[in-house]
Design a protein around this ligand. Structure first.
Ligand SMILES: *[C@@H]1O[C@H](CO)[C@@H](O)[C@H](O)[C@H]1NC(C)=O
Ligand SMILES: *[C@@H]1O[C@H](CO)[C@@H](O)[C@H](O)[C@H]1NC(C)=O
Ligand SMILES: *[C@@H]1O[C@H](CO)[C@@H](O)[C@H](O)[C@H]1NC(C)=O
Length: 338
């Protein structure tokens, strides 16, 4: 029963992501940029793109501050992402209580849900392109949202994070980028690896060596791109430095790779289904639930041939088709390359 429910949710999510969707705020005059208040004690900074177009569905990016920081440390640069977005994204910097993200009683998840509702109602958002990032405690909060709100967020980038804000759920796929320093003296790199490993499992990634550099500069990094279920990549970037939210010298590679991850990597290998056709997409064919016992990597590198099976309940084989064929849902038990 759980599996069946999960299957349909996955199918729905895949179609939703593939087809795109804009929000009720499209067509409305936007709010002004600046600090907004929710309830009696919560705040966030909103950055509206210049020359805002009321009918263009924008990316929506959340940036979470570190312990001891606040929303005004994240705005207006948003970890270097705002320059890269070139006024093509709405940015939000929520403010933590006590300068952190303890998320006691889910209070911070609740805040994020309120902000999401407010922005979707008042602004034109592509709700298949909602992202979160943050450094340290802000990374922990981004991870917590990956666990609890994978239906809202398409991908996260967790910089020097740890499980500090909880992880409710955590069994739904979401594209995951982890960045960590090998000599992080605040939240050691094992923390970052543990967060990453959850999504290697949940996203059905093939195991792979993930080399890390020796102690050195935080401008020096090594990157591993795992092969995972199409649409749900995992990247791991280990650098030679300590606990930093951006490199202390040189180019901001954390921002540029986060941007590449959010704008390119999540689409690699994803086929666009024809809106008029049957439910056909390579991302509908496997499910990961809390009841899954097998942690075998999905053989995404070995796609099924024409007429071969490529998915369905209980199927553990290839979840993709060789070039030229599309994985087609024949029924919930049998997906075939046609
Ligand atoms: C506003 O966005 C819509 C939808 O993306 C686009 O068709 C239109 O050309 C844009 N208008 C301007 C003035 O850029
Ligand atoms: C890394 O940090 C975790 C959590 O604080 C701790 O349990 C673990 O012992 C640390 N590992 C090393 C190698 O220091
Ligand atoms: C790929 O599929 C072929 C034919 O089914 C099989 O013999 C081979 O072992 C598979 N390779 C991998 C890496 O799974």
């Amino acid at each position: 029963m759980l599996y069946t429910t999960s299957f349909w949710l996955t199918l729905f999510a895949a179609l939703h992501y593939a087809l795109g969707a804009s929000t009720p705020g499209c067509g409305k005059n936007p709010p002004a940029s600046g600090t907004k208040t929710i309830g009696s004690n919560r705040q966030y900074v909103l950055q509206v793109p210049a020359n805002y177009n009321t009918s263009r569905p924008y990316k929506l990016i959340f940036g979470f501050h570190w312990l001891g920081g606040n929303m005004n440390n994240v705005a207006p640069g948003y970890y270097g992402l705002r320059d890269l977005a070139q006024e093509g994204a709405i940015f939000v910097a929520p403010n933590g209580l006590d300068n952190g993200w303890a998320n006691t009683g889910d209070r911070d998840t609740t805040l994020v849900n309120q902000i999401l509702a407010e922005i979707k109602n008042n602004m034109c958002v592509d709700d298949t392109q909602i992202f979160a990032t943050g450094f340290s405690y802000g990374g922990g909060m981004s991870y917590s949202l990956a666990c609890s709100n994978a239906k809202d967020f398409r991908a996260v980038s967790v910089i020097a994070g740890a499980q500090l804000s909880g992880c409710t759920g955590g069994e739904t796929r979401i594209a995951y980028l982890g960045i960590h320093g090998v000599v992080d003296s605040v939240l050691n790199i094992s923390n970052g690896r543990t967060l990453r490993d959850r999504y290697l499992r949940v996203n059905g990634c093939q195991s792979k060596n993930a080399p890390e550099p020796g102690r050195g500069a935080d401008s020096n990094f090594m990157k591993t791109e795992y092969s995972c279920t199409a649409g749900y990549p995992v990247w791991w970037m280990a650098h030679g430095g300590d606990h930093v939210g951006s490199p202390s010298s040189g180019q901001n590679w954390m921002a540029t790779h986060t941007w590449d991850f959010w704008t390119k990597a999540i689409y690699a290998g994803v086929e666009n289904p024809t809106p008029t056709g049957t439910s056909t997409t390579t991302t509908t064919t496997t499910t990961t639930t809390s009841t899954t016992t097998s942690q075998q990597p999905q053989p995404t590198g070995n796609c099924s041939a024409r007429y071969g099976q490529c998915g369905g309940q209980g199927w553990n084989g290839a979840s993709c088709c060789q070039s030229g064929y599309t994985c087609t849902v024949v029924n919930s038990f049998y997906h075939q390359c046609l």
